[in-house]
Design a protein around this ligand. Structure first.
Ligand code: FAD
Length: 634
């Protein structure tokens, strides 16, 4: 980075100023405030705090883990989502707890209300309305200049400007500058960043048209109800806060795809107007029709945006086609024949900073005291943004207060996995979290995020007293329950009918015997809970901990042995395209990069630990086949 212009040497007004009140910025400001730093949040508009730019939903596979981890560090996103939750679903319920993902459909307005009320109640945390256009000075002595003419001095800065830097929105041939619908782009700050000589690029994302719920034929829509027993995002939530609703499922068909194809020549993706790479895992309908040309149908989830709001978010048809195309293809979908679009879908291109420019504290290597968080680092999603916000906010405060940083590694958390992926591998497309990115996923479960991270958060000063006390009470209760189970012999409670059936596999103390119960043993746990007077929640937690313990140990051993094999080399003519057991996406990356060794493959962005195990097996079996041929040949 070019030397920033030095301004003055007086004590700064703030320890930390966070620029941008999106999901990253809000968490960053709150984390910095919890750490006791004099903090301000500088953002365009207070009434846009808590805005969900795209889908009004939080969580999902991998993302739900991040939310729980942010919550374990006393962040806000989980509590806001629970407060606004109009439908709770635990994804992957039939699979083991390690890969289950809690997801909440939110009422947009209630989400905003929760976030804005949180800031209103946060005495000592200033929210300044304005647009940052220039940054000057350096560590402990920065100055932020706003478009409105204010000059704010601060020791450290967190920049969390989302999709706003150089944002350009596209609908068909129309294109205009903007940070997202209804907001202008941050072009002056983008220009200032370009002067810093950082490695930067352009990425793209998109959103579907919003529909008027009154014009949907709900009778022909397959209902998608939420879970009977909701799984909350926050460890602090005990009950649902508002009325629950059903979502709906409809499907595209060949006619829909024909309309999309007909208008493709007018798509900014095809005409070359959009150069940035989009999120592979959240493809637009244009991408789907081209990439999966043989598919006759794609599911579309109709998600109401609120209890007092008729707007419906059709999840699955994000698009940047012209408005007439959006109307035409939407109406080919059974149930949406008369659907009115209240706001067209669009794509947005924006600047991002290559995250390899950052340290694990999310601080720019080239500029001490300047931290970046959220979409500006090449990620996509509220959850990824919020998680980086906590890290950057805590570390900006730590730098200003000369305190220890919050550094999470891959063994501790999904946050650690994400930060490590970003700063060591960089991004080539918008980065989103998946459980497959974590090599220690049996240990990094959503259900134990507080046990893994709250103690670290307490040590680093980002956890409030109230959260600390609640956590300590929970741990005491868990420990009491474990002791009670360890002291109880299975034979003593064998009158529990359902347990009797398993008597042959379960003997000895009840704690150890829990390992013989499968994942879905809630009714048996309920019986045990009633008989022993141990809380059902504690029992569920202990059950998960017990069944995973041996696997976690094995996983640790496997990770160690994989590391030892990093030197293993691929034969010169190794066919990456024909390795069985890895996804096409991973094959494409391997073919493109042609790593020479397992270690080199591990450093390619998006290559998962599971894929490395498959590759190692492939190299070994190739080597032993060659040895056999060699022997036979002799
Ligand atoms: P944002 O939530 O974008 O917040 C940025 C904040 O910074 C805003 O409050 C803005 O006012 C403020 N700001 C910007 N510049 C300045 C400045 N110079 N001075 C002061 N304040 C400033 N995510 C997905 O996971 N999947 C998707 O499919 C998806 N699609 C999307 C489609 C669209 C059209 C958009 C806009 C976003 C989409 N997202 C999607 C992304 C999701 O909204 C973001 O990942 C998330 O909001 C990023 O959070 P953030 O905090 O980094 O930034």
């Amino acid at each position: 980075m070019r030397e920033l212009f030095h301004v003055k040497q007086t004590r700064a007004q703030y320890d930390v100023v966070v620029i941008g009140g999106g999901h990253a910025g809000c968490e960053a400001a709150l984390a910095s405030h919890r750490k006791g730093a004099r903090t301000a949040l500088l953002t365009h508009r207070f009434d846009r705090l808590g805005e969900m730019s795209c889908n009004p939903a939080v969580g999902g596979l991998g993302k739900g883990h991040l939310v729980r981890e942010v919550d374990a560090l006393d962040g806000m996103i989980g509590r806001a989502a629970d407060y606004a939750g109009i439908q709770f679903r635990l994804l992957n319920r039939r699979k083991g707890p390690a890969v289950r993902g809690p997801r909440v459909q939110c009422d947009r307005q209630r989400y905003r209300t929760f976030v804005q009320d949180t800031f209103k109640r946060c005495g000592g945390l200033d929210v300044v309305e304005g647009e940052a256009v220039d940054l000057q000075g350096g560590f402990l002595d920065f100055t932020i200049v706003t478009k409105e003419g204010s000059v704010i001095s601060t020791a450290c800065i967190v920049v969390a400007t989302g999709t706003f830097l150089g944002g350009v929105m596209h609908i068909g041939e129309e294109k205009k500058a903007g940070g997202r619908h209804g907001d202008s782009a941050s072009n002056r700050l983008s220009a200032r960043f370009r002067e810093f000589a950082l490695s930067m690029g352009r990425l793209k994302t998109g959103t579907p048209p919003r529909l008027d719920g009154h014009t949907i034929n709900w009778d022909s829509v397959e209902p998608q109800p939420g879970d009977e027993s909701p799984t909350f995002m926050s460890f602090a939530t005990k009950t649902v806060a508002c009325r629950q609703i059903s979502c709906g499922i409809v499907r595209t068909n060949l006619q829909t795809h024909d309309v999309v194809r007909e208008f493709l020549p007018r798509s900014p993706l095809v005409t070359g107007e959009i150069e940035g790479t989009g999120p592979r895992y959240c493809p637009s309908i244009e991408d789907k029709v081209q990439r999966f040309a043989d598919r006759e149908s794609h599911q579309v989830f109709l998600e109401p945006e609120g209890l007092d709001d008729n707007t419906v978010y059709p999840n699955g048809i994000s698009t940047s086609l012209p408005v007439e195309a959006q109307e035409k293809f939407t109406r080919t979908i059974p149930g949406l024949e008369a659907a009115e679009i209240v706001r067209p879908g669009y794509a947005i291109e924006y600047d991002y900073v290559e995250p390899t420019e950052l340290t694990r504290e999310l601080e720019l290597k080239a500029q001490r005291g300047l931290f970046l968080a959220g979409q500006i680092n090449g990620t996509t999603g509220y959850e990824e943004a919020a998680a980086q916000g906590v890290v950057a906010g805590a570390n900006a405060a730590a730098a200003a207060l000369n305190d220890d940083p919050l550094i999470l590694d891959r063994t501790s958390s999904y946050i650690g996995v994400m930060v490590d992926d970003l700063v060591t591998r960089g991004v080539t497309e918008p980065y989103r979290m998946f459980t497959s990115r974590a090599e220690y996923r049996l240990a990094l479960r959503a259900d134990n995020a507080d046990q893994r991270l709250t103690p670290i958060g307490m040590e680093r000063g980002v956890v409030s007293d109230a959260r600390k006390e609640a956590f300590e009470r929970k741990m005491e209760s868990l420990s009491g329950a474990r002791q009670r189970l360890a002291r109880t012999n299975v034979a003593d409670i064998a009158e529990i009918e359902r347990l009797k059936d398993r008597e042959s596999q379960m003997s000895g103390d009840l704690l150890t015997a829990l390992t013989a119960l499968p994942n879905d043993s809630d009714s048996i746990l309920a019986d045990i809970s009633a008989q022993l007077g141990v809380s059902l929640n504690d029992l569920r937690q202990i059950h998960h901990d017990m069944i995973y313990e041996p696997y976690i140990e094995r996983q640790r051993e496997e990770a160690k042995s994989l590391k030892k094999d990093y030197a293993l080399e691929f034969p010169a003519e190794f066919q990456f395209s024909s390795v069985n057991g890895v996804s096409n996406e991973i094959k494409e990356k391997l073919v493109r990069h042609r790593p020479s060794s397992i270690g080199e493959a591990a450093r390619i962005e998006g290559i998962t630990p599971a894929a490395l195990v498959v590759l190692r097996a492939a190299v070994r079996s190739r080597a032993s086949a060659e040895r056999r041929v060699g022997k036979n040949g002799r």
